[in-house]
Design a binder for this molecule. Structure first.
Ligand SMILES: Nc1nc2c(ncn2[C@@H]2O[C@H](COP(=O)(O)OP(=O)(O)OP(=O)(O)O)[C@@H](O)[C@H]2O)c(=O)[nH]1
Ligand SMILES: [Mg+2]
Length: 507
């Protein structure tokens, strides 16, 4: 089995890797450097420079190139001596010293190592998971728990005498165990509910289970109200594996009734038990009908959130998990040998072998990914921030203690993501409206300017036109006088009025 619990510890991030280990970091430009001069020798042959310890500051040529561009000021490279070109002719080689600047940064903060601190703390503390397992008798609940944690938490049942088979109602059966994998500890508690759905009348068979969930919330609430709150483990139920009988039809009234009773108190993970008894098409159709029932009945089941800022691999894994809900499962801890010689956990039939850890055979791998590998912390968070918080508010309200809902807001990552998106969109819309306003203001200003200059041009044009018309008139009068003078040469021409001094080309 692949390392399951090990995956609970935070993965090393890119940040961590980029973090400088020591105090030396030549990449960061903003820090004030402390220059350290390292003498290096320049070889006499050609323009090569020997750099001790294979320093990366090797120059492209042996003269002014070394250390150039470092902005080192006085601490920079000493220029080579004038004699350097003639050095071949000298009997003894002259080795001038070149100083290389190595920058030491004292401003390294180190928050890139925070994930490592979290990792160490998590490993030291260990993890805690409380699982509720509900389903009718014989659906393979105990077998699946053993398969999930690869441990014989429930031993195989002895063939019971008929008296023991007599239904006695639902009982709550709790077992705890510490599981360790690669140094990572998981404190697992399984709350089994034998007898669920066994009665002829199962009307209230959900009641003991609801009582158990409530009593665990109550004890946590009591712990929160204590003065000394340092020593307590979280006993609240983080997830409920609900086993659906592989009938191939749809959810039964008992299933719907139970799910409706608990969906506001616990993260429900629906499972089609013993899926090896159904064909692939039957499973597909059964899943559709179950999902339809869940939707029409308004039942909330746990669905992992797809975070947009996750890497592509995680996003596609989460989508793959989502596509498998409700999980069609086969449970078995028996190791068998396949036809091609592999040893696998599975169930052997006369017609072939079903492998538990094979994704083509059933959804066990995806269920384990959701429960332990990828979303254990989200299950715990949702229990604490949403389910417990609403139980707590309701309880305190009933006791007459009013709750401030702005403080005890329900936690739901998808709602939070939607809120952030809406906020971002509102900001963008506001920005767009502001920009539009500014644009319109500028356009109207420009329009006004254009109108003004158009009016000016128009009046100027009118003025010039009037002037020209006047001049044409004067000229025509002059022409007339001249013509009269030509026709009647004896008549004294009336003296033309002395022309006024005019400006321009018509003067
Ligand atoms: N075909 C098939 N049989 C299974 C599967 N899982 C368990 N079984 C068998 O079903 C029987 C009952 O399994 P359990 O794990 O004891 O079922 P349970 O739900 O814990 O039963 P109770 O404790 O009585 O409520 C056993 O014989 C298992 O071997 C499965 O995935 N497919
Ligand atoms: Mg059992």
């Amino acid at each position: 089995m692949s390392s399951m619990i090990d995956s609970l510890t935070p993965k090393s991030s890119g940040l961590e890797e980029a973090a400088p280990v020591g105090n030396e970091h030549t990449d960061i430009k903003k820090e004030s450097p402390v220059d350290e001069e390292i003498p290096i020798k320049e070889s006499t042959s050609a323009n090569n420079v020997e750099i001790p310890n294979g320093s990366a500051e090797a120059p492209s040529n042996g003269s002014a190139g070394v250390g150039s561009g470092s902005g080192s000021g006085s601490g920079g490279l000493e220029p080579p001596t004038q004699e350097a070109p003639n050095i071949k002719n000298a009997t003894a080689p002259v080795i001038p010293e070149i100083k290389i600047i190595r920058r030491k940064l004292n401003g390294y903060v180190g928050f890139a190592n925070l994930p490592k601190q979290w990792h160490r703390k998590s490993v030291r503390r260990g993890f805690n998971l409380n699982l509720l397992s509900v389903g009718e008798s014989g659906l393979g609940k105990s077998t699946l728990i053993n398969t999930l944690f690869n441990k014989e938490l429930y031993s195989p049942k002895d063939p019971r005498d008929p008296a023991a088979e007599k239904p006695t109602g639902v009982t709550i059966d709790t077992i705890s165990d510490d599981i360790e994998e690669n140094g990572v500890k998981l404190h697992l508690t399984v709350i089994d509910t034998p007898g669920f759905g066994d009665q002829v009348n199962n009307n209230d068979s959900w009641q003991p289970i609801v009582d158990e969930i409530n009593s665990r919330f109550d004890s946590y609430l009591e712990f929160e109200n204590k003065i000394n709150r340092t020593t307590s483990t979280d006993n609240r139920i983080h997830a409920c594996l609900y086993f659906i009988e592989p009938t191939g039809h749809s959810l039964k009234p008992l299933d719907i009734e139970f799910l409706k009773q608990v969906h506001q108190k616990v993260n429900i993970i629906p499972i089609i038990a013993k899926s090896d008894t159904l064909t692939e098409e039957e499973i597909f159709e059964f899943k559709q009908r179950i999902l339809d029932d869940i939707k029409t009945q308004g039942i909330d089941i746990f669905e992992p959130t797809v975070y947009e800022n996750d890497d592509e691999e995680t996003i596609s894994a989460t989508k793959e998990i989502l596509s498998k809900v409700p999980f069609a499962i086969v449970g078995s801890t028996t190791e068998i040998q396949t036809a091609d010689g592999r040893v696998v956990r599975g169930r052997q039939y006369p017609w072939g072998t079903i492998e538990v850890d094979n994704e083509d055979h059933n959804d066990f791998v995806r269920l384990r990914q959701l429960l332990v590998r990828n979303f254990l912390e989200e299950l715990r968070e949702k229990t604490s921030h949403k389910l417990y918080e609403s139980y707590r508010s309701e309880k305190l309200n009933k006791l007459g203690i009013p709750q401030d809902h702005s403080v005890f807001r329900e936690f739901d990552p998808s709602i939070k993501q939607q809120e952030e998106k809406a906020l971002h969109e509102a900001k963008l819309a506001k920005l767009e409206a502001e920009m539009k306003q500014i644009f319109q203001q500028k356009v109207s200003e420009k329009e006004k300017k254009l109108q003004k200059s158009e009016a000016e041009l128009f009046s100027r044009h009118k003025e010039v036109k009037e002037k020209l018309l006047k001049q044409v008139k004067t000229l025509e009068e002059k022409k007339k006088q001249l013509e009269n003078a030509r026709l009647n040469p004896h008549t004294e021409p009336t003296p033309a009025p002395a022309p006024k001094a005019k400006k321009g080309f018509l003067r």
